[in-house]
Design a protein around this ligand. Structure first.
Ligand code: GLV
Length: 388
């Protein structure tokens, strides 16, 4: 068993153990992947400020996100097709998150259904919603999340239409995979994945198949997003969905201060600064650059969370020190899942917590809620040079 010391180790194992089609799905950005790359490389441009001779005993990472206690301010982001990275992947990830004490967010485009995850966990999880043209289906989906006692609705605003990821088209991405000669040859080297997949009944989009009408190919992400997603989504519809839900709401996919102001005006418990992991508008700025102008625009009116590009506890620390009050990880937990299932997700969370804790201490802080800009050295113009 290799010694796992960082998220990159999990990524290497994920790649070795998971069919190429699904590894590539997770490890893609749209078109040239510029935004996907800059989400991580921009984190590297910010430096942490080392301080010494400060008492570092009794440290804590415990915090709150949208009023809920969290062991650290790191939630698992909604990731489509998680149950194709490893059989029953959403259940495994949700269980690891629950044991660790951080929120799990189930994607609308999950393999395990809302009911499957609820049945196998004991604490409420969050549900991520894509807005659909079919109002009846949308209402039923929201009701299903309510019945499952989901404690927040994460409404995604940046995917009414799918950005093109070249690898998915080349690989013929589908769930379950179509058994072409190339896929069979790849699966021949991924035995554990295949055996686990044969042992589960959850191999298609659990929230869609049997629930939504008029999807021509239910195994294809491309056909069902094109056929189902609502291209006419606007702020009024968001208000209606909020009302229908009646509980806590996070608005995901905000990258611009003007949209952040609108989100605060419509009302929500948090906005999630996100560019969908660089998977939608290629050429958009990284989230860590977008964060500061957004914080200034909303001026403390709502909580501001951030995802896209977090691969370490140091990255979380930088986002929090910049002013975010919570973060989400997507690929970082998916690497763990693909590498080692539920244990792998736990490893990913442990790695991030340890990196955050030690780095926080070396910045001279003992409480994650007290980290601030003092912990950072930010290059001049880092956030500002992209404005206007
Ligand atoms: C869905 O959320 C995707 O990015 O593929």
């Amino acid at each position: 068993m290799p010694v796992i010391t960082c998220i990159d180790d999990l990524k290497r194992l994920h790649k070795r153990r998971t069919p190429k089609m699904f590894y590539d799905y997770a490890e893609s950005g749209s078109w040239t992947e510029q935004t996907f790359r800059e989400n991580t490389s921009d984190f590297e441009k910010i430096r942490l400020r080392q301080r010494v001779a400060v008492d570092m005993s009794n440290r804590t990472l415990a915090s709150k996100m949208i009023g809920q206690d969290v062991a650290m301010p790191v939630a698992l982001a909604p990731v489509g097709l998680t149950g194709m990275q490893r059989a029953d992947g959403e259940i495994k990830a949700a269980r690891a998150a629950e044991a660790f004490g951080v929120p799990f967010t189930l994607s609308t485009m999950s393999i395990c259904s809302i009911e499957d995850v609820a049945e196998h966990t004991s604490r409420p999880f969050w549900f991520q919603l894509y807005t659909m043209k079919d109002q009846d289906y949308l209402r039923r989906l929201i009701q299903r999340a309510k019945d499952a006692k989901c404690s927040a609705l994460v409404i995604t605003l940046d995917l009414q239409i799918l950005g093109q990821r070249h690898k998915d088209l080349k690989n013929g991405l589908s769930a379950p995979p179509k058994l072409t000669p190339a896929v069979m040859a790849d699966l021949a080297t991924k035995w554990t994945w295949g055996l686990e997949m044969l042992a589960t009944k959850r191999r298609s989009f659990g929230n869609i198949v049997g629930h939504a009408q008029g999807v021509t190919d239910p195994s294809s992400l491309f056909s069902w997003t094109a056929e189902q997603f609502d291209p006419q989504l606007d702020w009024k519809k968001i208000e209606e969905i909020k009302e229908l839900w009646g509980g806590k709401v996070i608005l995901k996919g905000i990258l611009d201060p003007e949209d952040a102001k609108m989100a605060a005006k419509v009302g929500c418990d948090a906005i999630l600064v996100s560019n969908h992991g660089g998977r939608q508008l290629d050429g958009a700025i990284s989230t860590i650059r977008a964060l500061d102008p957004i914080l200034q625009a909303v001026g403390g009116e709502v909580e501001v969370h951030l995802d896209s590009g977090i691969r370490s506890g140091q990255d979380v620390l930088k986002a929090l020190a910049m002013g975010a009050s919570g973060t989400f990880i997507g690929r970082s937990f998916i690497y763990g899942l693909g590498a080692n299932g539920e244990d792998g997700v736990r490893s990913a969370l442990e790695i991030i917590a340890k990196e955050m804790d030690i780095s926080m201490a070396l910045c001279g802080k003992r409480d994650i809620n007290e980290v601030d800009r003092d912990c950072l050295q930010i290059p001049e113009g880092f956030s500002g040079q992209w404005q206007g």
